[in-house]
Design a protein around this ligand. Structure first.
Ligand code: SF4
Length: 105
């Protein structure tokens, strides 16, 4: 999702203007108050450069969206930690976790 959701402006330390690279849509998201520490203390971009900039690890195999309350509409329609695998006819073959054993809270 790091290639899909891009931070284009830091409005303040907890608010960001983002853009979807696919649609060009822009919107503002804010870090949930109870997730500020985990957001500022971790930067998993070095570990997962393709990941959304708002995804943070909270324990061994659990991740959290730190902007859950204001997450984009697109994010409400699917689980960003899963991918849908299609065949050449665009028929669903399987649904797979991008990071095996990982769940998003
Ligand atoms: S749900 Fe949150 S972590 Fe997942 S892609 Fe959307 S903003 Fe990023």
């Amino acid at each position: 999702m790091g290639e899909i959701i891009e931070i284009i402006e830091v409005l303040n330390p907890g608010s960001f203007r983002i853009r979807f690279s696919v649609t060009g849509e822009e919107r503002v998201v804010s870090v949930d108050p109870d997730k500020r520490d985990v957001f500022h203390l971790q930067d998993d971009n070095s570990l997962m450069p393709m990941a959304c900039p708002f995804l943070r690890k909270i324990c061994n195999k659990k991740y959290v969206c730190v902007v859950h309350t204001s997450r984009p509409e697109l994010c409400c329609q699917y689980s960003c930690y899963r991918i849908l695998v299609l065949d050449s006819q665009e028929t669903k073959v399987e649904r797979r976790r991008m990071l095996p054993g990982i769940s998003l809270q």
